[in-house]
Design a protein around this ligand. Structure first.
Ligand SMILES: Cc1cc2nc3c(=O)[nH]c(=O)nc-3n(C[C@H](O)[C@H](O)[C@H](O)COP(=O)(O)O)c2cc1C
Length: 348
C-alpha cells in the first residue's frame, strides 16, 4: 500500500484531567467549551485536519476522578463546526445509548451545517461503571461488535439514497421501510477504536478509520499490516490513526523528567478502575504497563527533543499511519509550541 502524507489532528480535551491519570500539573479548566474552541481555532490555523473528542458519562474515581466532567460530543461538535471553517470534527457515540436513526439524523444535520466536515467514532461500550450507572447491561464482547455492525449498516442505509426505503433485521434493530432525509452529500466517515479481534474484523468490513492503540511506534507496523490484510479481503481501504502523547524539551532528559513527574503522581485508584473496565473481555491493552496507561491514557508515548518527536511521527507515517491525533498536557500552549518547534521539522 502506498504511503500517504501524515495528517495531524488532536484528540481533544473535552473531558477533565486529560490526558494523564495523574495529579501532576493538571490543566483544570481545559475541558470547558471556551478552551476547546480556542484549541480548535488554533489547530485549524496550523493546518491540523481532524479533531476527535472522548465520550464519557462518568469519571473513574480516585483523586482525579479521571474524565469525570465532560462535554457531550454531538452538541460539542455542533458548536465547534460553526466556530471553524475547514477542519474535520468527529463525535464519539456509544452504540447501546442511541438508536441509529437518532445518530443518522444528527449526523445528516451536522454534515449539512458544516459542509460535510463531520464524522463519527463508534464505540461499542466497555465501561461497567457507566453502563451499570444507567442500568444497561454490557453484552459479551463479540455481541457488542455484532450490534455495532448492525448500527453502522443502518446508518449507511439512512445516509444513502439508493437503498431507501429499506428493511433491516437484527437482534437489536427491526427496521421496516427505513428512510431519512436529508441525506448527506458525502457519507460521513466512520471510525472505530477497538483493538480486539472482534473490533478489527468489524472495522475492516465497515469503517473508514481504525484508531490504533499501540504500545510503541515500531509495533504499529504489525497492527497496520493486519488491518490492511483484513480490509483487502473486503476490497476496502481503511485509514489508520494513532494518538501520541507528545512531550518534548530542549534535551531528552528534560522530556524524561516531565514523564517521570507525571508517573510519580499517578492516580492509582483511577488507573486501576480504567484498566479494569477497558481490558475486560478485550486483551487489547496487555502490552501496556499501568504506568504507561496512567501517563497517556492509552496513547503511544512520543517524547525526546523536538527532532526526536518529529522523527517518531515520520517513522509512524513510514509504517503506514495516516493520522496522528496528538495529546498534550497543556493543549493550547503546547499546540502553539508544537507549531513553532516540531511542525516545521515534519514538513521538511
Ligand atoms: C483513539 C481512541 C479513542 C477512543 N475513544 C473512546 C471514547 O471516546 N469513549 C469510549 O468509551 N471509548 C473510547 N475508546 C475505546 C475503544 O472504542 C474501545 O472500546 C476499547 O479500545 C476497547 O475495545 P476492544 O475491547 O475491542 O479493544 C477509544 C479508544 C481509542 C484508541
Amino acid at each position: 500500500m502506498a504511503q500517504r502524507r501524515l495528517s495531524l489532528g488532536l484528540f481533544m480535551p473535552n473531558c477533565s484531567n486529560m490526558p494523564s491519570i495523574s495529579t501532576h500539573d493538571v490543566a483544570q479548566d481545559q475541558w470547558t467549551y471556551a478552551s476547546n474552541e480556542a484549541i480548535a481555532l488554533a489547530a485549524e490555523q496550523y493546518d491540523f485536519e481532524y479533531l476527535f473528542p472522548v465520550s464519557r458519562w462518568r469519571g473513574f474515581g480516585g483523586e482525579t476522578n479521571f474524565l469525570g466532567t465532560s462535554l457531550e460530543t454531538t452538541t460539542w461538535a455542533s458548536a465547534l463546526l460553526r466556530a471553524t471553517s475547514r477542519i474535520n470534527i468527529f463525535s464519539t457515540v456509544h452504540v447501546p445509548l442511541f438508536h441509529p436513526f437518532v445518530i443518522a439524523k444528527m449526523g445528516a444535520t451536522l454534515a449539512h451545517i458544516s459542509g460535510n466536515r463531520w464524522g463519527l467514532n463508534v464505540v461499542s461500550g466497555w465501561s461497567e461503571r457507566e453502563f451499570g450507572m444507567m442500568g444497561i447491561e454490557l453484552e459479551d464482547h463479540a455481541r457488542r461488535y455484532d450490534r455495532t455492525a448492525a448500527f453502522i449498516e443502518i446508518l449507511q442505509g439512512l445516509w444513502s439514497e439508493a437503498g431507501q426505503p429499506f428493511d433491516y433485521t437484527s437482534d437489536w434493530y427491526h427496521v421496516k421501510g427505513g428512510q431519512a432525509s436529508p441525506i448527506p452529500d458525502v457519507p460521513p466517515q466512520i471510525a472505530n477504536a477497538g483493538a480486539s479481534e472482534d473490533a478489527k474484523a468489524m472495522t475492516a468490513r465497515l469503517c473508514d478509520w481504525a484508531f490504533i492503540s499501540t504500545p510503541s511506534i515500531p509495533d504499529v507496523a504489525t497492527i497496520i499490516n493486519d488491518i490492511n490484510t483484513r480490509a483487502e479481503a473486503h476490497h476496502r481501504e481503511v485509514r489508520t490513526a494513532i494518538f501520541p502523547f507528545v512531550l518534548w524539551g530542549d534535551s531528552r532528559d528534560q522530556a524524561e523528567d516531565q514523564l517521570h513527574a507525571i508517573i510519580e503522581k499517578k492516580d492509582e485508584v483511577a488507573t486501576a478502575n480504567w484498566l479494569h473496565d477497558l481490558t475486560a473481555g478485550s486483551g487489547s491493552f496487555d502490552a501496556f504497563t499501568s504506568d504507561m496507561l496512567a501517563a497517556s491514557g492509552g496513547g503511544v508515548h512520543v517524547h525526546g527533543t523536538a527532532e526526536d518527536v518529529a522523527e517518531q511521527l515520520r517513522e509512524a507515517n513510514r509504517l503506514g499511519v495516516d493520522l496522528a491525533m496528538l495529546t498534550f498536557p497543556h493543549y493550547l500552549e503546547d499546540l502553539h509550541r508544537f507549531a513553532r518547534e516540531v511542525q516545521p521539522l515534519l514538513l521538511q
